[in-house]
Design a protein around this ligand. Structure first.
Ligand code: Q46
Ligand code: ZN
Ligand code: ZN
Length: 305
């Protein structure tokens, strides 16, 4: 297989685009693709400051690398969740090493246990009946938003790729989880106290972000979080890979048709507009819950233990 642009040996073949590229041209194609996505979905402008949520994995470090390469003012935020088996320690080391190797790449680190008094696995043990990943997601969302608002960032960027978005979409569509479907988009606009959320890698597949990280020599954590094992999203990714193998482009079609239905036919518009937000009595972040937001309720229950 030869590169479509220069005829050298191709490093990657992207059948859905009918495009094979050598390493050099692929490394130029990825940032161009991300720049197009940022523009198309009006994620942020060239002068806005972006906070990139980095986990130490290939997607978030690729995202940070690409945004820096495109000349954006992009800082990183790493949240240490206190996950065992060396996972949090190693992923923090990867995030720090990435920042250290790039002058001008600022990384802020928040340690959940040090800051709030319990790691995610400790919280999950105490809050029986709540799934680790749902607690983790709640804590991460809150900390990201707080860091973005305090730091005056225009948006929080996360490294979700097309495979991630497809898996979540399939999961939510199978249940017709309208509140989740209503909030699934490449851009969630901000409001006072709530930072805009953007996903600049939504048009890239997982194998493409992995190839980019590899070719760029980005040292990332290969292991998945131990809690991700057996997660249903992995099953949905497998199913989507099977569908894709039968019919190329299924992954793009599934996600992009959903976005089109939102845009053109106003799918879930009413649900998006119906959200009644008010500031949490304790932290001030907008919430739909009466009184305290879910994050503050969680730690208030911890204090009362
Ligand atoms: S980090 Fe947290 Fe994930 Fe680990 S505990 Fe679950 S949500 S799997 S992206
Ligand atoms: Zn080439
Ligand atoms: Zn709160």
């Amino acid at each position: 297989m030869k590169c479509k642009l220069c005829g050298k040996t191709a490093a990657i073949n992207m059948r859905q685009h009918r495009l094979a590229l050598c390493g050099e041209h692929f490394l130029a194609w990825v940032p161009a693709q991300v720049a197009r996505t940022v523009k198309k979905y009006r994620m942020f402008g060239p002068d806005e400051r972006i906070l990139v949520a980095v986990s130490g994995g290939k997607d978030s470090l690729t995202l940070w690398d690409v945004l820096l390469a495109l000349g954006y003012h992009a800082d990183g935020l790493y949240i240490n969740l206190g996950i065992g088996n060396g996972y949090s320690a190693e992923s923090e080391a990867k995030a720090r090493a990435f920042a250290d190797a790039r002058p001008g790449a600022n990384l802020r680190v928040v340690d959940v246990a040090a800051e709030y008094g319990a790691s995610i696995p400790e919280l999950a043990r105490r809050r029986k009946g709540r799934k680790t990943c749902s607690l983790c997601g709640l804590v991460k969302r809150h900390i990201m938003n707080q860091a973005a608002c305090e730091g005056g960032y225009a948006a929080i960027a996360t490294g979700h790729n097309l495979d991630d978005e497809d898996a979540v979409l399939l999961q939510n569509a199978l249940r017709w989880s309208v509140p989740y479907l209503a909030r699934q988009a490449p851009v969630l606009p901000g409001e006072p106290g709530l930072a805009r959320k953007v996903k600049p890698l939504v048009r890239l597949r997982e194998r493409e972000t992995a190839a980019y990280a590899l070719l760029r020599g980005i040292d990332y954590i290969y292991d998945e979080c131990p809690h991700a094992e057996g997660a249903t999203t992995l099953l949905y990714k497998e199913v989507l890979n099977q569908l894709e193998a039968r019919s190329h482009g299924t992954k793009e079609m599934f996600y992009l048709s959903f976005l089109e239905a939102r845009e053109q036919y106003g799918l879930f518009r009413a649900e998006r507009e119906a959200l009644d937000m008010h500031p949490c009595e304790r932290c001030g972040q907008p919430t739909t819950a009466p009184g305290l937001c879910a994050f503050c309720r969680l730690w208030a229950a911890e204090e009362g233990r």
